[in-house]
Design a protein around this ligand. Sequence first.
Ligand code: GDP
Length: 290
Amino acid sequence: MVLDDLGSSLRGTLDTLQGKSRLSEDDVEEIVKEIQRSLLSADVDVSLVMELSDAIETRALEEEPPGGTTARDHVLKIVYEELVDLVGDSTELPLESQTILLAGLQGSGKTTSAAKMAWWFSKKGLRPAVIQTDTFRPGAYDQAKQMCERAEVEFYGDPDGEDPVQIARDGLEATADADVHIVDTAGRHALEDDLIAEIEAIETAVDPDRSLLVLDAAIGQGAKEQARQFERSIGIEGVVITKLDGTAKGGGALTAVNETDSSIAFLGTGETVQDIERFEPSGFISRLLG
Ligand code: GDP
């Protein structure tokens, strides 16, 4: 565990505990308040923040620091462990043949993430293909095609096609030589019945190994309902958080992770195909607290 992973104000509070062998209730309360402030301003759901702070408080007051450990290092370890528990590990992604379905609302960053993920898999030595089934948003086909050209990965779409399910089937057939199939789907401005019906039909047709929900880092309360709906209709195995290069910290997406009992797979950090990172708990935690 690295101390730098924790936000500067929290680190400051912890530093005031230097030299103490025991923490008082007031010390623990101050640390917990600091963490709460940071997490709430990073859009983490209130009930998740409360659960986390209760767990930290109980452990910090009840657990004895092991011999040779200062009270500060002990509480730091507890904070870190509880935060890792909150954000979870990254979604398991075996480097082998698989089909990935992307779901999410319009503008969340699905098409961009599809090309980015394909680029990522290609750098891992696999042969990915992106299949664009979005017949709803004008320009989706051209955007996906251009990004895939930039990523130098295979692309399938049908600019004149009207049936997303047929496009998905044709796409899988046309790109049968690829190892990793990433199927992009149409979003809507809101969770409408036809969106859900369409993605359910695509899911049945492509039978993905995993479905990922793409969420804008700025998502707040809306994450819960979206996650619930997509989980119910297709099952969500992981979350992609986009636009983390902006000011939003992405804490809202943790609600979706919690709601779908899943984990975070990738982070989007810019508009170009290389701007993608595999989720890694400590970096994300330091962003949440920073
Ligand atoms: P879709 O409707 O879900 O397919 O969303 P798009 O992939 O078209 O993305 C919507 C907008 O967000 C586009 O202008 C993208 O360039 C932008 N975008 C997507 N991901 C990121 C990201 O990680 N960072 C930034 N800055 N912009 C992003």
